[in-house]
Every structure is written in C-alpha cells, then in structure tokens.
Design a protein around this ligand. Structure first.
Ligand code: NAD
Length: 269
C-alpha cells in the first residue's frame, strides 16, 4: 500500500477538486497524500473525509502547496490560471508530475508552463475524458477529408458557474479541425458573433458557447455544407470521466522524461 504513488489534489473544495479526491481515495493504484486549498478558505485545517460527508481519513486540507507537493509523486490541478502557473514551479521543484486540467490559460501562462516543463513532466489537457480525446482525433481526420465547402462550427454547453468561454475542450476541437485543414486556428477562429456580422467567411471555424443550469459539458463539431451536415457529439454526464482520466495521466507520467504531454499521448491515440 505504501509503495503506491502519492497524489495531491489542489482546489480541494471545487467541483473537480472533490471529484478528483474521491477518485484517488477509491483507487487501489494510488493514495491521496494531501489536498490544497487557497489561503483563507474555510476548508483549510479540516479533515477531507469529514468535509466530503464521510468519516475522518487523516488527510487535512492545507494552504501550503510546497509542503504538500514534497510528499507527492503527482499533483492533480483543476483550479484557476494564476494558481496553476504558481503550482507548476512548485511541482517541478518537488519532481512531481503536474496534471493540469485548468482552462482559460493565457499565452503568457502557457509560456510559463513551457518553461517549467523543461524540468518536470506536465500533462495538460482541455479535457481528460477518453470520449473527447477520441472526438478530437476524429475531428482532425474529418476536417482533413473535407474541403472549405464544409463550414466547421464548434458548439459547447456548460453549467452556469463556468467562468471562461469558449471551453478548453471547444478550443481543443477547434485546434484539431484547424490542424486537419492545415491552417492556424488563430487565423480562422470566429468567436462571439453579435449584430450585423456580415456573411460567414469561407474557411472560418466558428465557436458558440451555451451556459445554463448544471450541464457538465457537451460539445458538437458540425461540418455544414449545402445539402448535408455531419455532427460529431460528446456529452459528459459525470465529472468522474475527467477525474479518472487525470489519475490515469498521473500514473502514466511517472516514468516519462520532462516535457509537456496531453491526453492523446496518455491514451496512445
Ligand atoms: P471550481 O470553481 O468549482 O473549483 C476551483 C477550485 O480551485 C476552488 O475550490 C478554488 O478555491 C480553488 N483555487 C483557486 N485558486 C487556488 C489556489 N491559489 N490554491 C488552491 N486552490 C485554489 O471550478 P471547477 O468547475 O472545479 O473547474 C476548475 C477548472 O478545471 C476550470 O478551469 C475548469 O474549466 C477546468 N475543468 C477542466 C476539465 C478538463 O477535463 N480539463 C474538466 C472540468 C473542469
């Protein structure tokens, strides 16, 4: 039991943080050795088992990431961009695999993660589910097979507390479509249509974001031409698909060389 890789979960009280901790606690391939929350959060200092509605399990929520990471072989991090950038440096110092699910990272944030990955294994994905990563490879293949007569639209729906748009997954799918077409997404991305926008530009990849209720995550990639449409769809109904994928990534990363990896690498797609 003590030989199992030790895992730390950051953002312990968050929607994903709670799911990640439960997944690790239920796993027989890893053990939860620490959970981190931001300083001043009411969960800090309390026993996670009790906070999750069960009995005490001795894992106490801390606001000291460095102390927690020092005991870990991997950090599962689904928090916020500023926190994730700070954690990347600390995870590298602790030689822990940093599994990053946080979305909404800026180019500046990504450059800092790239720098950290020279000394550490980072696995970062806009979506950790098997289904979405399959959808990504299918999107790239279909985009490569079809010409610009097929307008590509990515439509996503999430719960009403999500703070960034389009979702990390929608951007992943857009990147895959652009790669299939051999273009740069930044040159063809069409986001936030409103008002008299003019006709759709041929070759653009459009994004639409829906926000409401408790939707876990839904993504459509539509290829629309005169007379026909192809629609690829993924629906996540349980956050466990992300936390199981994140734990898989943490275990996969244990014997890898420093660098940045994604779920396509982990799943060998
Ligand atoms: P949430 O708001 O419920 O949770 C975020 C948690 O991070 C909160 O508990 C917050 O207190 C904590 N946090 C923020 N700053 C911190 C810091 N400095 N130190 C420690 N903890 C800190 O959000 P959520 O729905 O759980 O989503 C979190 C992130 O994960 C978002 O970016 C979301 O888009 C992303 N997400 C990714 C995937 C994926 O598969 N890649 C899936 C679901 C969600």
């Amino acid at each position: 039991m003590s030989d199992l890789p030790g895992i730390v979960v950051t953002g312990a009280s968050g929607r994903m943080g709670q799911m990640l901790s439960k997944t690790v606690l239920e796993s027989d391939r890893a053990k939860l050795v620490g959970v981190v929350e931001r300083a001043g959060h009411p969960w800090v200092g309390q026993d996670l088992g009790e906070l999750l509605g069960g009995t005490a399990n001795g894992v106490v929520v801390t606001d000291d990431p460095l102390e927690a990471f020092a005991k870990a072989q991997a950090v599962l991090d689904f928090t916020a961009p500023a926190a994730t950038v700070a954690f990347a440096e600390l995870a590298a110092q602790a030689r822990a695999v940093h599994v990053i699910g946080t979305t909404g990272l800026s180019d500046d944030d990504l450059a800092k993660l790239e720098a950290a990955s020279h000394h550490a294994v980072i696995v970062r994905a806009g979506n950790f589910s098997l289904g979405v990563n399959l959808l990504t490879t299918l999107t790239q293949k279909i985009a490569a097979a079809l010409d610009e007569d097929y307008d590509i639209e990515v439509i996503e729906a999430h719960h009403n507390q999500k703070v960034d748009a389009p979702s990390g997954t929608a951007l992943m799918l857009g990147e895959a479509a652009a790669a299939g077409r051999g273009v740069n997404l930044d040159d063809v991305s069409d986001r936030g249509r409103d008002g008299i926008t003019g006709a759709r530009k041929k070759g653009d990849i459009g994004f639409t974001a829906i926000r409401g209720g408790d939707i876990v995550g839904e993504h459509d990639v539509m290829f629309a031409a005169a007379g026909e449409r192809i629609i690829l769809r993924h629906v996540a109904s349980d956050r466990a698909v992300f936390s199981r994928g994140a734990l898989k990534a943490a275990l996969w990363g244990q014997d890898k060389k420093p660098g940045q990896y994604d779920m396509v690498d982990v799943l060998g797609l």
